[in-house]
Design a protein around this ligand. Structure first.
Ligand code: ZN
Ligand code: ZN
Length: 565
């Protein structure tokens, strides 16, 4: 066996390997050193053990007590979507991420952005529950941005948005327009005029009119998003739904050598199975591949009243147009859903389906049970977000081989609204019930759904551990999990769920040398500080892709600069 290229010593290596659990019960570090060669890990152990494998040309890097974890796996986001901010659209999120507090400031920001863009004036990330007015803006208010250019603002969830009068005209939406299947055109109860708010499939009527970003805009967006993702320790990003043009972009970046982060694309399977699988044959590798799952969407967003619940929403505003028995709606019938799950399974693809409301999850359980044929493609079916999953539903997950991907950051970003408006305390306190899942032996990932909220796996871990809302209250303390279990959901369990645990998710001999070096140990720091831990350095295949001091030169990073020999 050839000697390693680099040996890292004096570290707290949280390997996330299965042996870590058995030996230490997840409470202490298992290794102080590890070695890499040709982009892979070759050894893990004590300083003495690993140093003994070194040769004359092996470099020794003293990590001086820093913590090392496997590179984070982003199990569900929309790379490079967040990179389009400032290129295609402006950010309309509320504090602390953005500055939009009310409709006047939203219109003002859109007006500013109109001066920097041509054609469509686009914004994204507003949240009506966080605006002073606690309602969506209207088309008439957005006419104040521009009366003759089309204006469109996406809701933070991405499931809906509001257009100005010109945009409705471009999309041909009038008082006479009927709701499309799986969509809702909001209309003024008195005049019958569309208010500009378009939900789910109705939002597509506008989106299809918006010219796609140009190739150079997409290249720039990818560069921005990669810097953002790598800076927070993401070494593999799994795109939750991409089509052939998206794949072509990824291939172009791979060929050009600009793809600095590993990417896996789950292909869109709704409305049709696009059968890209063959397209990447012989081409997929550890840097770019198609996912084991095909992605689709079965309901909407609870904070937009489009999540599909079994019981009515807690409160609906009198002027909202919803009656008190409103439960949201499914995007399609159980039968259509089942058909697609079966179609995908026949292609050897597992399903990954967005379902926030428990009624939507009932539909998924129906479809997964009906489509299960014992083939490989019927294991590790994913449920995306699974926000209001009930205990009796979790009870069936292992039998049906389901692995959810929880959007646990909802507790922080929308937990107050779920408690006070959408769900009421009893349902809100058990959104993203990680502890209940763990008690049943269910393995899962957690994600941030960027650009819905900013990419930051340690922030998601912090949410899972603390369950603090924006207002600083703990929501559902009984569903909090330990830092170790939360870290599994962004490392080894995320890898397992997506069938990449043979190469990723832990620091073990033979696996890819993808790892993050942190300034503090998330297992022992005050749990409230987890989100603020500095990511000092990130390496993919042993090469530095992010260093906190800004240099990407191998061996010149962070704490490792003067210690090579
Ligand atoms: Zn989703
Ligand atoms: Zn998503």
């Amino acid at each position: 066996m050839p000697a390693p290229e680099i040996i890292y010593t004096n570290a707290k290596v949280i390997t996330m390997a299965e042996s870590f659990d058995e030996a230490c019960n997840g409470l202490t570090d298992t290794a102080e050193a590890f070695a890499t060669l040709d982009g892979r890990v070759t050894g893990v152990g004590s300083n003495q053990e690993v140093l003994a494998t070194g040769g004359p040309r092996t470099r020794i890097v003293d990590l001086k007590g820093a913590t090392v974890l496997p590179g984070f796996i982003d199990a569900h986001s929309h790379f490079p979507g967040s990179g389009l901010q400032g290129i295609r659209w402006t950010d309309l999120s509320a504090p602390p991420n953005g500055l939009v507090r009310n409709i006047a400031s939203l219109v003002e920001e859109m007006g500013r952005w109109a001066g920097h863009s041509d054609g469509w004036v686009l914004g994204r990330g507003y949240d009506q529950t966080l605006l002073t007015e606690t309602r969506h803006p209207t088309r008439w208010e957005l006419d104040g941005v521009s009366p003759d250019r089309p204006v469109w603002v996406w809701h933070a969830s991405g499931h809906m948005g509001v257009g100005n009068s010109r945009s409705l005209e471009v999309a041909g939406i009038t008082a006479n327009s009927a709701n499309p299947t799986g969509g809702y055109i909001d209309k003024d109860p008195v005049s019958g005029q569309p208010t500009g708010l378009l939900q789910e499939a109705a939002a597509r009527l506008i989106e299809r009119e918006i010219p796609p970003p140009s190739g150079s805009e997409r290249d720039l967006a990818a560069a921005h998003a990669m810097r953002e993702y790598l800076g927070v320790g993401v070494t593999t990003s799994i795109i939750a739904g991409g089509d052939l043009p998206a794949l072509e972009d990824l291939r172009r970046w791979r060929r050009a050598g600009t793809l600095a982060m590993r990417v896996i694309m789950m292909q869109w399977s709704n409305p049709t199975v696009t059968e890209l699988t063959g397209d990447l044959e012989g081409e997929g590798d550890d840097w770019l591949s198609l996912g084991a799952h095909g992605e689709s969407v079965h309901d909407g967003s609870l904070q937009g009243y489009t999540g599909y619940l079994s019981q009515p929403y807690f409160k609906v505003a009198a002027d909202s147009g919803y009656d008190p028995s409103w439960r949201g709606f499914p995007i399609e019938s159980r039968e259509t859903l089942t058909e697609r799950v079966s179609d995908l399974a026949r292609l050897g693809l597992r399903s990954a389906i967005h379902a926030n409301g428990d009624a939507a999850i009932d539909d998924l359980l129906f479809a997964y049970a009906a489509a299960a044929d014992g083939s490989q493609a019927c294991f590790r079916w994913r449920i995306e977000h699974a926000q209001t999953v009930r205990d009796d539903q979790l009870d069936r997950f292992n039998d049906l081989h389901i692995s959810p991907s929880f959007f646990v950051s909802h507790v922080y970003y929308w937990g107050d609204q779920h408690r006070d408006t959408f769900l009421g305390l009893e349902r809100a306190r058990r959104i993203s019930p990680l502890k209940s899942a763990i008690e049943r032996g269910i393995r899962f990932s957690i994600h941030l759904d960027s650009p819905v909220v900013p990419m930051n796996p340690l922030h998601a871990v912090w949410c899972a551990v603390n369950r603090l809302t924006r207002s600083g209250q703990v929501l559902g303390p009984e569903e909090r999990v330990t830092p170790h279990l939360a870290l599994r959901a962004v490392t080894i369990d995320a890898a397992w769920q997506n069938l990449i645990d043979d190469t990723r998710g832990s620091i073990e001999p033979g696996k890819l040398a993808d790892f993050v070096i942190l300034a503090e140990n998330p297992l022992t720091i005050d749990p409230l500080g987890i989100k603020d831990i500095e990511v000092l350095e990130v390496r993919i295949a042993g090469e530095p892709v992010h260093c906190i001091n800004g240099t990407n030169e191998p061996g010149k990073a962070g704490r490792t600069d003067d210690v090579h020999n």
